[in-house]
Design a protein around this ligand. Structure first.
Ligand SMILES: Cc1cc2nc3c(=O)[nH]c(=O)nc-3n(C[C@H](O)[C@H](O)[C@H](O)COP(=O)(O)O)c2cc1C
Length: 340
């Protein structure tokens, strides 16, 4: 299963291993990808990952988490991303990019963060500016423009980042969204900005290429989102034609999370079984056997790995060996191939 290709829209991903988006905080000041990103992503492509989801890439400058985040808000940022995409694709990997806005969790110097409501993340964070309706519209347009640039850079997939306490999650959760206009209050209003972003992206993103959304399935705080509330939120998203829900959790506030191997699989399972989305399971999945079992049990369609791929860019090659699967190695490395 882990090495069974999956076709999503017209894109065939060669196996089920997804590199989870991971900020490198290593961009040049103006959000440009550089040689670090090139080596980092190409290494995982060489290592046999099926889908690389490039780290949170900001749709506007004040939407970066830090000054060193990647950006995709201007045309100069396209070329260095394209260089990475072109090289990675030589290794048969599908390339995706996570489009992001940090909202009130932005720590970019000299810029005021923005949010649904003027409530800071913690005392250590700046007080955000409460977005007006016009400003919300402008950010929705920026996601759309970013999608056009992602297409120009050659990406096969987009993931909209609506998790981890960043802007779109801040709109979804009643703990961070205290608005009393059409973007706050009941669930249909809180989901409005995410819906508008998806609709805007879909206007420019080809119908035959996959669209992912990453959500936080649980805020782990009384009065916030729990998995049942997330199922309701996603039932409003379902008719829009999103292909994959990447089921993460947390990040809205500093909550205590019970961490154990595969602690978020249950969210993926529920979203998949109750709403019929394809899903990615993520979070402390490190063993090939566990990844294989999640897929066999029908709890997810993709297995996203984060830190394990930082430790070992060749994890897929080891996993194939463990599962006795014969996968193609880069020809330069064939003499190192495990003999099963
Ligand atoms: C260094 C680092 C950077 C991360 N950056 C992002 C990011 O850009 N976008 C995102 O959605 N999650 C981000 N995450 C979360 C990971 O994608 C992943 O969901 C999390 O690490 C749990 O998976 P793991 O146990 O396999 O690492 C990051 C995690 C790490 C360790």
């Amino acid at each position: 299963m882990l090495f069974t290709p999956i076709k999503i829209k017209d894109i065939t991903i060669k196996n089920r291993i997804m590199m989870s988006p991971m900020c490198q905080y290593s961009a040049d000041k103006d959000g440009l990808a550089n040689s670090w990103h090139f080596v980092h992503y190409v290494s995982r492509a060489v290592g046999g990952v099926g889908l690389i989801m490039v780290e949170a890439t900001a749709v506007e400058s004040r939407g970066r988490i830090t000054d060193r985040d990647l950006g995709i808000w201007n045309d100069q940022q396209v070329e260095p991303l394209k260089r990475i995409v072109d090289e990675c694709k030589k290794h048969g990997v599908t390339m995706g990019i996570q489009l992001a806005h940090a909202g009130r969790k932005s720590e970019v110097a000299d810029e005021t963060p923005v949010a649904p409501s003027a409530i800071n993340w913690s005392d250590d964070y700046k007080l955000p500016h409460e977005l007006t309706k016009e400003e919300i519209n402008a950010i929705v347009e920026k996601f759309k423009d970013a999608a056009v640039r992602a297409l120009n850079a050659g990406f096969d997939a987009i993931e909209i980042h609506a998790a981890h306490g960043y802007l779109l999650h801040e709109f979804l959760s009643p703990l961070s969204n205290k608005r009393n206009d059409g973007y706050g209050g009941d669930i249909t209003n809180r989901v409005r900005m995410l819906k508008e972003v998806i609709e805007a992206v879909k206007k420019v993103w080809p119908e035959n290429k996959p669209l992912f959304v990453r959500v936080s399935s649980d805020d782990y705080i009384e009065g916030g989102i729990d998995i049942d509330e997330m199922i309701k939120i996603l039932s409003y998203i379902k008719p829009l034609g999103v292909d994959v829900i990447d089921a993460s959790s947390g990040g809205l506030l500093n909550a205590k999370i019970d961490l154990y191997p595969g602690y978020q699989i249950k969210y993926s399972e529920k979203i998949k079984s109750q709403l019929g989305f394809k899903t990615a399971a993520v979070g402390l999945i490190t063993k090939a056997e566990m990844a294989e079992q999640i897929l066999k049990d029908g709890k997810a369609d993709l297995i996203a790995l984060g830190r394990e791929l930082l430790r070992n860019p060749y994890w897929p090659l080891y996993a194939a060996h463990d599962l006795k699967e014969d996968v193609e190695w880069p020809k330069q490395y064939e003499r190192g191939k495990f003999r099963v």
